[in-house]
Design a protein around this ligand. Structure first.
Ligand code: BGC
Length: 935
């Protein structure tokens, strides 16, 4: 058999490397490497074995797919023997290339089946209600953390051991004094009444024969702590949304070398006591009294006779208990201190030079009982004091009380996090060393997949600001902001930003979790909520604020976010899982339509009236109902595509039909045919009272209205071109500046590009005038701000402090245009199997741009460099992918690929012409394409 060099690498199971899974038929994927060009996979063979040794001998005793003719390299389901809980399997794969030659076997990979049902759990929920033991009276009810422990004997020689752990609340777990896992905030935020997650760790190395100590600390977290703006708006409930105090469930399954098993579980034999953590809350911060930590509490042979027994809670078992689907929150970067300034009152301001979400690590010596108080802020007042006005009711304060035993004390909080760049430290007796603090950047630990650089510093900074803001807000769920008393999974923010997010990090596992949160939060009538998870009272009403319900542009996240995962990763399973929820939502919307659209005033019954509309737009206000109609059209369109691809053809047809009817009636109601202008019946809004900024009046002739119209593709070509003209005119009339808010900004640049106004898109992208992202940068931004005018250098904070976050990713949605248009990397079908490389080349302020995106098919690169009219493009197409590569030139004879002019044969076979571009149809490989860009 002829051999090839094509090799499968980066083997993953359910998007993860060597994971625990709770699917019996998990999905496998790999990337491919090969030398040369036009390499494709024509077949694969997967071997799954019950042991490493068998795999090495190519014995697929669990599954041998044999040579399977297929070009698929992802979303391939395991089809072998039924696997058991706790079973670890090994797998590898080899592939055949386009010439039918087989390549070498890949490296080994594994997965292990975690617990599949509650029956596998003997552990009980344990905890202790410490709400009566609040130490410091103040505005907040902040009970101490219970310290839990148990010792157990291991009598035989251990083969392996697994810790399965879950909490209603947050936990740290220790075995023989060692913290298990470097994760934060397990088990994440869910609708705990419906679902709670557990995590699994291999703890074989932490255990030994003889006495072993198991211990934990717990905190309220999202389960029982403060959430959102409940305090701010004076809600009747401000905390304890899911339960009154945190609970732990942990089970250690032991397998001995003699083949027998044993388990150690949480139950009422565990004991509890108070310890160093005297307060812990995600929003309010942590109070750590090191002097109160009982020495040796988490190691064996500790005398715990004075400790009391925990409570075993029996009525908390109604929800599903599933494996955490995302990647855990971890420290993803460490930041050194940039500067330390002494301010009034003997306080110090520590600057980390970057706005981020996370915590600090302290390394300092102190006297017993002395304390340091840390307050966190994103900005300073002009006099150098910390600005915390925008935190509202988030106390965001940590305290450390020294043990004072003469040694260097090291500490970081573990049950809270903050959004900050600056820390105000009170209590230092003298100027500290620069390294007394380190910034620990916390984020869901996702794989970085994107990279972008140009010869323009402003744009490079913008990209950095986008990525930092994503990091700060992809913390278990996609939050709006990490600093103030909000940190909610706002659906509108998430949906406008999600495609942008996918170009920076592999968000598949992360969003699988959050889409489940979103589905779990659906209202009984089918409405998706405005944030998820959304705690609700027993009447099904939002508990943080009763009026929080649904809004056009926000709730559609229930469809759009599922679509984005489907589109980026060719993931059909997420579609199948979400389909019942999406269908219910579409029925809810459809029932509210009048003639298949939403006329003016259609949402006057919600609060605010019409929903949030084009939130934080500047100047003109777009009719929220016109926007709602466009979103309705878009959802029908996305569902049409998804249902078609997953084979639900009857639904696909129904959505297609509805699309047509929406289009027809939208044009009839909202558009003047002669000039293609969008209009609305302004009278329908009366004084606008009850609408967001309704007093300003609404219009249909706005940047936001045209941008969305063009982006969702509701108009036939001729009318779309007219809409494009209006959009361009509106931008020009406004001094080439934007007027858009959350819903208008995401489609603005793509819509300009789609209607031949790429020049205006560039203008907006690179503007340094208010309102623009560049304006933020010249005013010192290291992250994306909530508002276009959050702060002005020299003038300060010009807006209401309550709504002024400096870390809000929504306007980072421009990243989609950077990758899809500036670099020109677009997926032509789900999963980047077929792509388009069509960079929009500015040639004025930017002459060089390069970027990569590691898709599910592998690494895609696009770079361009303009020297005079000489254009050099670099393209990397992954193995098994084909790319339509667009060259903007007038004459083919000026085009060379990898130093050679194009042959006649190549041209006739692989080159087409469209819209002033020559299009090369390329297979895998690295290309350097030279041409001349005549204007
Ligand atoms: C959040 C937003 C969110 C909005 C709803 C705000 O408080 O920070 O990002 O989408 O409310 O309009």
């Amino acid at each position: 058999m002829a051999k090839s060099e094509m090799r499968a690498t980066y083997l993953r199971t359910e998007y993860k490397i060597n994971p625990f899974v709770d699917q019996l038929a998990p999905r496998l994927s790999w990337e491919l490497t090969a030398v040369g060009y036009n390499q494709t996979q024509t077949a694969f063979q997967i071997v799954v074995s019950s042991s490493k040794e068998k795999l090495e001998q190519n014995i697929g005793d669990l599954w041998d797919s044999k040579k399977r003719l297929s070009n698929r390299s992802n979303q391939i389901k395991y089809e072998g023997t039924l696997l058991q809980e706790g079973q670890q399997v090994w797998w590898k794969v080899r592939v055949w290339n386009q010439d039918g030659q087989v390549g070498p076997w890949s490296e080994k990979a594994t997965w292990e089946i975690a617990k599949l049902s509650k029956a596998a759990w003997q552990a009980k929920w344990i905890g202790k209600d410490l709400n009566q033991m609040v130490k410091r009276n103040g505005e907040y009810l902040l009970p101490p953390s219970p310290y839990l422990r148990k010792e157990a004997q291991i009598k035989k020689k251990l083969k392996h051991a697994r810790l399965y752990i879950s909490s209603l609340g947050l936990h740290n777990f220790y075995i023989n004094g060692e913290k298990i896992g470097n994760d934060f905030f397990g088990s994440g935020w869910t609708d705990y009444n419906k679902r709670v997650y557990y995590q699994v760790y291999d703890v074989t190395a932490q255990l030994h024969k003889g006495a072993n100590a198991f211990s934990a600390t717990l905190a309220n977290g999202w389960y029982a702590g403060y959430l959102g703006y409940a305090l701010l708006v004076g809600s009747s409930q401000v905390n304890q949304f899911y339960g009154k105090f945190p609970l732990l469930k942990a089970q250690i399954d032991l397998t001995f070398t003699d083949g027998t098993n044993d388990t150690i579980v949480t139950d009422k034999s565990w004991k509890w006591n108070l310890g160093a953590i005297e307060e812990a809350d995600l929003l309010q911060g942590e109070y750590y009294n090191a002097g109160k930590l009982l020495k040796g509490w988490n190691i064996a042979d500790f005398n715990d006779t004075s400790w009391a027994h925990v409570d075993e809670i029996m009525d908390k078992d109604n929800q599903a208990l599933e494996l955490y689907p995302s990647e855990p929150v971890r420290v993803v970067k460490e930041l050194p201190v940039k500067s330390i300034q002494r301010i009034e009152g003997g306080k110090y301001i520590v600057d980390f030079g970057q706005n981020f979400a996370g915590i600090i690590r302290l390394k300092q010596q102190g006297k017993k009982g002395d304390s340091l108080v840390f307050k966190y802020g994103e900005m300073l007042f002009p006099d150098g004091q910390l600005m915390t006005d925008n935190l509202r009711k988030a106390r965001a304060t940590d305290t450390y009380v020294f043990r004072g035993d003469g040694t260097l004390e090291a500490w970081n909080p573990s049950f809270t996090y903050h959004g900050f760049q600056y820390v105000e430290v009170t209590g230092l007796k003298e100027e500290p060393q620069a390294d007394f603090l380190t910034g620990l950047v916390l984020s869901s630990d996702l794989h970085e997949v994107g990279d972008f650089r140009t010869d323009n510093d402003l744009l490079n900074k913008l990209y950095s600001n986008i990525v930092w803001t994503q990091r700060a807000n992809y913390v278990d769920i996609p939050t709006d902001c990490p600093q103030r008393d909000e940190r909610l999974g706002w659906t509108g923010d998430a949906q406008v930003y999600m495609r942008s997010a996918a170009f920076n990090y592999d968000i598949a596992a992360f969003h699988q979790k959050w889409i489940q949160d979103l589905n779990d939060a659906q209202f009984d009538n089918g409405a998706f909520p405005i944030y998820a998870p959304m705690p609700k009272n027993n009447k099904g009403i939002a508990a943080i604020r009763g009026a929080d319900y649904f809004s056009p542009g926000w709730s559609e996240a229930g469809v759009i976010c599922t679509y984005e995962i489907f589109k980026a990763y060719d993931d059909h399973e997420i579609v199948r899982k979400s389909l019942p929820y999406m269908l219910h939502y579409m029925e809810f919307l459809k029932n509210r339509t009048v003639n298949h659209i939403f006329p003016e005033g259609a949402f006057a019954d919600i609060e605010p009236k019409g929903g949030f509309g084009d939130w934080l737009s500047v100047g003109e206000k777009t009719s929220p109902d016109l926007l709602a109609t466009l979103y309705y059209f878009y959802c029908n369109k996305l569902l049409y595509e998804m249902c078609q691809k997953v084979g639900d053809l009857a639904y696909a047809e129904a959505f297609h039909l509805e699309m047509g009817l929406v289009r027809q009636n939208f044009i009839k109601h909202y558009l003047t045919l002669e000039d293609g202008r969008l209009h609305i019946n302004t009278a329908a809004y009366g004084t606008g009272e009850g609408y967001v900024e309704g007093g300003n009046g609404f219009s249909g002739h706005t940047q936001t209205a045209y941008a969305n119209t063009i982006y969702v593709g509701i108009l036939p070509n001729e009318l779309e071109a007219k809409a494009g003209k209006h959009l361009r005119d509106l931008v020009v009339e406004n001094g080439n500046q934007l007027t858009t808010g959350f819903l208008g900004f995401k489609p603005l640049l793509p819509a300009l590009s789609k209607t031949n106004s790429s020049d205006k898109a560039y203008g907006i992208l690179l503007s340094e005038q208010y309102p623009s992202l560049g304006y933020e940068i010249i005013n010192g931004a290291t992250s994306i701000w909530e508002r276009w005018d959050s702060y002005i250098k020299g003038e300060g904070f010009i807006h209401n402090a309550a709504m002024n976050s400096f870390s809000h990713y929504a306007f980072g949605s421009v990243n989609e245009w950077i990758f899809e248009n500036l670099l020109g990397i677009k997926s032509l079908e789900p999963g980047f199997k077929k792509i388009q490389i069509k960079p929009e080349i500015d040639g004025k302020e930017i002459r060089h741009a390069e970027g990569t995106y590691r898709s599910i098919m592998g690494k895609i690169c696009s770079a361009w460099h303009l020297d005079g009219i000489n254009l050099r493009q670099k393209v990397e197409v992954p193995v098994n992918v084909t790319a339509l590569c667009y060259i903007k030139t007038k004459k083919l004879k000026n085009v060379s690929v990898n130093g050679k002019p194009l042959t006649k044969e190549f041209i006739s076979k692989y080159v087409t012409q469209t819209d002033g571009y020559f299009v090369l149809n390329l297979g895998s490989g690295n290309y350097e394409i030279r041409s001349k860009m005549e204007r």
